[in-house]
Design a protein around this ligand. Sequence first.
Ligand code: PMP
Length: 378
Amino acid sequence: MKLYDVYPLNPIKIVKGKGTYVYDNKGQQYLDLYGGHAVISIGHTHPHYVKRVEDQLHKIGFYSNSIENVLQHQVAELLGKASGLTDYQLFLCNSGAEANENALKLASFHTGRKKVIAFHNAFHGRTSLAVSATDNTKIIAPVNQTDNIVFLPFNDEEALENTFKISGYEIAAVIVEGVQGVGGIQVATDNFLAKIRSLTQQYEAVFIADEVQCGYGRSGAFYSINSNGIQADIYTMAKGMGNGFPVGALAITCQIKPWYGQLGTTFGGNHLACAAALAVLEVIERDNLIENAAVIGAYLISELKKIDKIQEVRGKGLMIGIDLPLELKNVQRDLLFKDYIFTGTASPNVIRLLPALNLTQSDADLFLDKFTSRLQQF
Ligand code: PMP
């Protein structure tokens, strides 16, 4: 029997995790700076998380979405508190792609329009609309190719303005990552985000912030786009929201036409998922993890910028891209197999750091030390 090949697999078999460390089947410990692709927000097997999910499983794990689930209200309340949103609607689903799919659908229902603006190097997921708005022709099946998505250069205010001038009233939504993740850690400028905000307001289109990877505290703020007071109409989330349990969501802040019956999901917002989401929000608040992400992230970025052999360091909080000259692209492999440090990639020569938000100063120093020595050997 063979598994369907989706990802290139490395031979390491992870069987255990604790905090910012994971362990393979031979007992080898690894520093986890990848977090299973930005999913592990509060660390592996966090005691509060394990207990809350386990306790919930003993009570009830799932019941239908057509029956009121008080845990969903608790998630909405805590999420509002953590993100600063006071007046919003929450729709719970199961993944980032599903969140974006629903956000785009909702924007189209609301405006009655078909066109969506997305950006070069964007990644929004692999379901129908989400993949159409993803700038990677390799993963867009012929059935998902559509002229309704217009791709513009990221951080280019002029291109955005020109497109709105020509077809502004046909545009249902602009979807943007505050920090592009899969696209190689590219940070949206405040001016660019402000331009998206003003144009979507002027033309009554919906501003969707895809915070699936960069959100939930990772950037050092709850939502990455919120600097300078910029607010989106819909925020989409997933990854860190469940710390490994599949939970996604839309936070809808704008006045939107009644949408009940237009969106739906069997599993979304089930009791177990809510318990996981609540545990994450409780730990983020109790342990000041957003501030920790800001502080440790800024420290890592400033220390990395001092290293000669690195071409460029980009990022915000604990979402960091290290651009290496192409000839050093194998550094990542040695970091994993010789230094026992998990990192991610974006394009062959960008190392991505997406660790848990409770990464410590000594974890950061361990990485800096090993990474500097490793670079010297290339
Ligand atoms: N949006 C962004 C910004 C992402 O990085 C991802 C996943 N890499 C997704 C959406 C899709 O999320 P999921 O894999 O949970 O569907």
